[in-house]
Design a protein around this ligand. Structure first.
Ligand code: BTN
Length: 321
């Protein structure tokens, strides 16, 4: 019902009379007024005029109603929203365990226990950034799971670029970067059995409206950025999420039908790592060399100063020049 009202506003792009609304939706004028108040409480700015009716002045920065209106594909057919949750990944893993279908998306306004890569904490200030997990049920071998993260990184970078115009890059293994600062990251968790992957949860964290100086702890302030910081004004999470889900829909299909080549080619085009001199910290080991390529399992291929090649499965990359 709220979505119907928003749709009427968008179609008319001006005042819609209470009478027209009540006729179209089959409810009383008082019922319309109640829904308008509900929309206002969700952050919609709606002007009312006794003579002309109601006019939508501004949508909130995030709106589930609008998101559901835009998203058309399998991924995002079901979107579950939490104002506050420990971790959207943990919630999605539980839902998947209970049978939630492929494409179910979990979004939260804040996370109390956001999880990052390598057991780290993902700082998740309230109502500002994207905290989203997508349940996939791909028919692929467990050893090919990295493809899902690669697919997600490509989708996020493209989604951010299309919705904001910013040049997003991917730093191996799956950091989203803008101007050499971290904009977001991806954490893939999954359940598999001897037949392959039962389900995978792709966790996506993207700094949209946080002010890094205020919202982030000192150790990550200098190395993190947000879309707001890059563009100088608050951005709509709705449209960025919608664009990412659209890209996920596309690249997931590419992965299943076109195979890995087009996906890897796109990852390489978006990579800020390949061809650069880098330092890779992998546990207690530190390697320096030129990032030459990624192999078909997503491992980084590093050319060491000796000329030898070294494959690295996980770690943190620092660009040296
Ligand atoms: C990284 O360390 O770069 C990966 C960060 C992934 C964070 C996201 S936020 C949504 C989802 N839920 C979590 O607890 N983590 C992921």
């Amino acid at each position: 019902m709220l979505a119907d009202i928003i749709r009427m506003f968008k179609k008319k792009n001006g005042y819609v009379s209470g009478e027209d609304m009540s006729r179209a939706l089959g409810i009383t004028r008082a019922g319309i007024w109640k829904r308008i108040e509900e929309l206002r409480s969700k952050g919609y700015k709606i002007q009312a005029s006794t003579a002309k009716g109601y006019r939508l002045v501004k949508s909130p920065e995030f709106s589930m109603e609008e998101l559901e209106m835009i998203v058309q594909g399998d991924i995002g057919r079901e979107i579950i929203f939490f104002e506050s949750i420990g971790s959207t990944n943990t919630a999605a893993l539980e839902l998947a365990e209970k049978g939630a279908p492929h494409g179910t998306v979990v979004i939260a306004d804040r996370q109390a226990k956001g999880k990052g890569r390598l057991g780290r904490t993902w700082v998740s200030p309230p109502r500002s950034n994207i905290y989203m997990s997508v349940i996939l049920r791909p028919e692929i071998e467990t050893e090919d799971a990295t493809l899902l993260t690669i697919m997600a990184a490509v989708s996020c970078a493209k989604g951010v670029m299309k919705s904001t115009g910013l040049k997003a890059e991917i730093k191996w293994p799956n950091d989203l970067m803008i101007s050499s600062k971290k904009l977001g990251g991806i954490l893939t968790e999954m359940k598999s059995d001897p037949d392959g992957i039962v389900f995978a949860v792709i966790g996506i964290g993207i700094n949209v409206n946080s002010k890094t100086k205020k919202d982030f702890p000192p150790d990550i302030r200098g190395i993190a950025t947000s879309i707001r910081e890059e563009l100088g004004k608050i951005q709509s999470r709705t449209f960025i999420i919608a664009e990412i889900l659209k890209e996920l829909e596309h690249w997931y299909r590419v992965l299943l039908t076109g195979g890995r080549k087009p996906l890897f080619d796109e990852w390489k085009r978006l990579s800020s790592t390949l061809g650069r001199k880098v330092k890779v910290t992998a546990g207690d080991n530190v390697f320096t060399g030129v990032a030459e390529d990624i192999d078909k399992g997503g491992m980084l291929i590093l050319r060491l100063p000796s000329g030898m090649l070294k494959k690295i499965s996980s770690g943190d990359v620092t660009m040296l020049r």
